[in-house]
Design a protein around this ligand. Structure first.
Ligand SMILES: [Zn+2]
Length: 134
């Protein structure tokens, strides 16, 4: 009963790249598109969760990033084919690789978000951690 008062929804926490345990603290210290690259917080600024669960934990995010890339590229290839009807491989390569470069910060960030929110065993949301004063 007391916990429901602090319960935060999952999707806004995922979209805004928040901590998977408290859904309050930011995973990243700066914005997605910037000149300094993306800086990830070592621990949650709200609940203190250590984001890198074990040494090299974020190597697993590469597999998620790979899946995101494939999904984007296949979608784009089908869209180019449907919209232009072209069979020129340079058109496909040019557009797909340009979009892959533009989306790489997005893939970097959300591969880690997906890994922490859905693919990490034993890491779940704790509504009592969402309180203002821990
Ligand atoms: Zn947290």
């Amino acid at each position: 009963m007391e916990n429901t008062q602090y319960k935060l929804a999952a999707w806004p926490a995922i979209v805004h790249a928040k901590c998977p345990r408290c859904r309050r603290g930011d995973l990243f210290a700066n914005s997605m598109y910037g000149f300094k690259g993306q800086v990830m917080n070592k621990t949650c600024p709200h609940c203190g969760l250590v984001y890198e669960r074990e040494p090299g934990y974020f190597y697993v995010a590469m597999f998620v990033s790979y899946a995101l890339n494939v999904a984007e590229m296949v979608t784009l290839a089908v869209a180019i084919s449907v919209l232009t009807g072209s069979s020129n491989p340079w058109l496909y390569c040019g557009i797909i690789l340009s979009v892959a470069v533009v989306l790489s910060p997005f893939n970097f960030r959300y591969s880690r978000v997906v890994l922490l929110h859905w693919l990490t065993p034993g890491l779940h949301y704790h509504p009592e951690m969402s309180k203002d004063n821990l």
